[in-house]
Every structure is written in C-alpha cells, then in structure tokens.
Ligand binder design. Structure first.
Ligand code: NDP
Length: 305
C-alpha cells in the first residue's frame, strides 16, 4: 500500500484563492481592506524567511501588510508602545509578533498586550481560554491548518482515536481542543510518555509536533492511519530544500515522521515540506479576514470549515 499524499501546498493555494475572492468582495461592498501588522525583532534568518513569506501571501490575498522591524536590542517598553498604537489603528485588523523574542523581552507580556480581537496568531490568554471553553475566538493557525488537512481525507473525525505528540501552547494544546470539538477521542503524548510507539499504533489520526527529525517510524503507525506531520527539522544532506547553511555544507528539511517508511503503511500522509507549513500561512490570512469582518460588524465568510 502506498499512502495518499496530502498536498498541503495545493490545498493552501485553494484556500488563499478563496480568501482573495472574499477580500475583493469586502473591498467592493464595504471599502474594507483587511490589514495585518507583522512585528519582527532582530534578523534571525528563519524568522526573516517566515516574515517575507507572510508578507508575500498577504499582498497576494489583496490585504495590507504593515511591517515593523526592530533591532535585537529593542526594549520591551518600545515594543509595548508600538502594540498599543496598533491596537488603536482601525486599518490594522490583525497583529502578529514573530517569535522567538530576545531575552530582555517578556514574550507573554507582549502577547497579552495585543487586543484579543486582533490576535490573529490566537496566542492571547483570552483566546486560549475562549477556545478551551468552546467559545468563538481566534484559533492558532498551525493547529487549524492540521485539522483542515485531516478533513480533506477524513470527512468526519467523530469517534476517531487521535494521538497528538507534543503539548506546546502553539501547536499541541490548541490542537487537542480542535480535535475534541470534532468529537475525536484524543490522547496527548510528550517526552514523558511511556511506550510511545504503542500509543501511536492506536491512532486513526496521528499528528506529530515534536521537532525531532524522523523520530516516528513506520512501524509506529496503524495501517491505513492518517498522519499529519507538523515538524520542521533541518538536517545535513541534499534534498528539494537544499541550501548552503552558513557555508558549512547543505541541509534539507525533514519532518518528525520517517516519510519513506510511513508512506508504505499510512493511509494518508502530509509531506515535509509542502504539508502543514503552507496551511499555517493560509490560516493566518483566514484569521485576519475573520478579524476584519468581526471588527466591522460583518459576518465572516463561510470558508475554511
Ligand atoms: P516545542 O519544542 O514547544 O514542543 C515539542 C513537544 O514535543 C513537547 O511537548 C515535547 O514534550 C515533545 N517531545 C520532545 N521530544 C519528545 C520525545 N522524544 N518523545 C515525545 N515527545 C517529545 O515545539 P513546537 O510545538 O513549537 O513545534 C514542534 C515542531 O513543529 C517543530 O519542529 C517546529 O519547527 C514545528 N512547527 C511547524 C509549524 C508549521 O507551520 N509547519 C509551526 C509551528 C511549529 P515535553 O512537553 O515533555 O517537553
């Protein structure tokens, strides 16, 4: 058996096209152009790549991007002052602060200073609480993208055994809430979980958000299961994503799942790259569109499930 490959790039492109259509309609009907402010501190190369990709996707969707870049030594007070201004700016519907932040800045304090209705990353404690209580609110982009991808091959998650490896605030925990809302039976595994391979073998839906290259082997997977691989791991070698790494050879990007092994046993599987990553950006656009509608008393378009 060879798993069906879930093409996150194509699915994300389709979602982005629908979002662009809604943005055009919003502009024509209400003269409203959704805007997102992206705040970056320092010039961490990985963050810069994400920020550039986000800016490109925002422009392609017909939205406005407001970029704010600070040097690595910016003070927390300066950052909080900017967030305060963005909170009060009607042209800015979404605020995203690129993480990680340097050590002199309390990231939780910065996140908590964002107006919750503009928190398009869905990391504000109020949105986390709303989400955990089943109330409407902005949901973190990567978990949202994972569930959308799973639903392209599993029309209903109701009653399925879902196993999530990873319990971070940005991926694992919000994913659990989303899967519960879909009526899945959810197990969360982490570094202290005993006999992880047997826990994984129970899963009809296995989602890995670990950050360990190819840790999940083929024989950990239940035959026919759907596997969503969130991990982004840089390892030495040549591949589709090969680039010089600081002149010290080449690297490629792999996921948390040993793809070649998993492909032989899973029913459906996301590739890395080209799986969850593109969905994260598409979901950021979706959250910005939803935020813009909510802030202007308009009903959000029914796209993205
Ligand atoms: P964190 O490091 O915050 O969390 C990793 C989780 O994996 C923790 O809960 C940890 O357990 C668990 N873990 C680590 N080692 C093991 C192990 N040996 N066995 C079982 N569990 C283990 O990472 P994130 O959640 O931020 O990200 C996870 C991965 O997803 C990374 O590769 C990241 O780059 C990627 N990512 C991809 C995105 C995308 O858009 N595609 C977006 C965000 C992240 P414990 O809690 O016990 O320490």
């Amino acid at each position: 058996m060879s798993a069906r490959i879930i093409d996150g790039k194509a699915i994300a492109a389709e979602l982005r096209a629908k979002i662009a259509g809604e943005v055009a309609r919003l502009q024509a009907a209400h003269q409203l152009v959704p805007g997102i402010a992206v705040v970056q501190v320092g010039d961490n190369p990985a963050s810069s790549v994400y920020v550039r990709n986000k800016a490109k996707a925002v422009a392609e969707a017909g939205m406005r991007a407001f970029d704010h870049t600070f040097p690595e030594n910016v003070s927390e007070a300066e950052l909080l002052t900017l967030i305060g201004k963005l909170n009060g700016d009607a042209q800015v519907n979404g605020i995203l602060v690129q993480l990680p932040l340097p050590p002199q800045i309390d990231a939780q304090k910065v996140i908590a200073s964002i107006e919750p209705d503009k928190d398009v990353d869905g990391f504000h404690p109020l949105n986390t609480g709303r989400h955990a209580s089943g109330l409407p609110g902005l949901v973190p982009c990567t978990p949202l993208g994972c569930v959308m991808l799973a639903k392209t091959v599993l029309p209903s998650l109701s009653g399925l055994e879902a196993v999530v490896i990873g319990r971070s605030n940005i991926v694992g925990k919000p994913l659990v809430q989303l899967l519960l809302a879909e009526d899945a039976t959810v197990t969360v595994a982490h570094s202290k979980t005993r006999d992880l391979p047997s826990v994984c073998r129970r899963a009809d839906l296995l989602i890995t958000a670990i950050g360990r290259p190819e840790m999940v082997r083929g024989d950990w997977i239940k035959p026919g299961a759907t596997v969503i691989d969130v991990g982004i791991n840089r390892v030495p070698g040549e591949g589709r994503e090969s680039r010089p790494a600081g002149g010290a050879g080449k690297y490629k990007i792999v996921g948390d799942v040993a793809f070649a092994e998993a492909e032989k046993i899973a029913g459906a599987l996301t590739p890395v790259p080209g799986g969850v990553g593109p969905m994260t950006i598409a979901c950021l656009l979706l959250n910005t569109l939803r935020a813009a509608c909510a802030q202007n008393g308009l009903e959000a378009p029914q796209i993205g499930g």
